[in-house]
Design a protein around this ligand. Sequence first.
Ligand code: DAH
Length: 351
Amino acid sequence: MKKEEISNLLREIEQVSLQTEEEIQTFKNIYLGKKGKISLLSSCMKDLSQDERRIFGEQLNTLRMKAEKMLQKSQEKLEEEKLQEKLTKEAIDISLPGVSFQTGGLHPITKIIEEVEDLFISMGYDVVEGPEVEEDLYNFEKLNLPKGHPARDSQDSFYIEDEEILLRSQTSPVQAREMDKNIEKTPIRIICPGKTYRRDDDDATHSHQFTQIEGLVVGENISVSHLKGTLEEIVKRLFGEDRTIRFRPSYFPFTEPSLEVDVSCFQCGGSGCSLCKGTGYIEILGSGMVHPNVLRGCGYDPDKYTGFAFGIGPERIAMLKYGISDIRNFYTNDLRFLRNFQREEGQNESK
Ligand code: DAH
């Protein structure tokens, strides 16, 4: 009787098909649970003789193992199915186009400054920075611009607290600072890029904040021909190999003689066009031989030392080079404007 029950149960188990988690759980409860069919059968053992018990025990064991195996296999199958489903669902289509990342680019003014820095570094210059909040002493006095000097008018400044501290109106004070501390390190060869400030009303060619790159060389026997050779190099680098320069007499309080530098027009090559207003030349920077008063004021004997200096306006260079008519474009941070320089640089384009 019990034997029959076992073989019935065996057959029953073999026919079961377990597809879902619920079916598996139900099977477990019906056959293998504490009050399940197999447990119930084993509780009958106590009524059997010893021999019967042995045989019945073996058969019951086989039945239990069969049920457990079935349960395990179905569980494994279900796990596998779940995994496959997940893999299919979460598959990545590598043939789809990727998402492009927004990348920034160097600001056109930064690019000009870095280009100039690279050139001067290759000629053995140091790049030096100075404070933007500057003393009147360095911004004006030591540059041969005493209080009340009419040339101060062209550099109306933002004063801080009193008349002795201001936002520097030019990068020239870095010259004086370097000369002040470097007498024993002469010759000095430096360029000083940085921000400058003037109380100008903003318009197409004026900005209350702009940048300059100051250049200074001080040593023995430094002459105008050194200045000319140096500026010719920078002009070729910025505007092309065929460019030439010409000097025009000018006036800066900190240089004597002072020289305005023009570059041969890179649009018409010198024959005359609208960019150079028919003159064949474009004004690009101011320069000169360091004034003896400046040398003296910074501890140098002008009979022994001479030097040249120049001041480049990166905004002006960029406007000429890229044909930009309004200086405010550099500061309004309009991406449509700035992206033109990204492309020119060959950087990743952003969408
Ligand atoms: N600091 C002058 C300015 O802002 C530019 C300049 C001109 C600098 C001639 C120089 C120089 O060093 O020699 O207008």
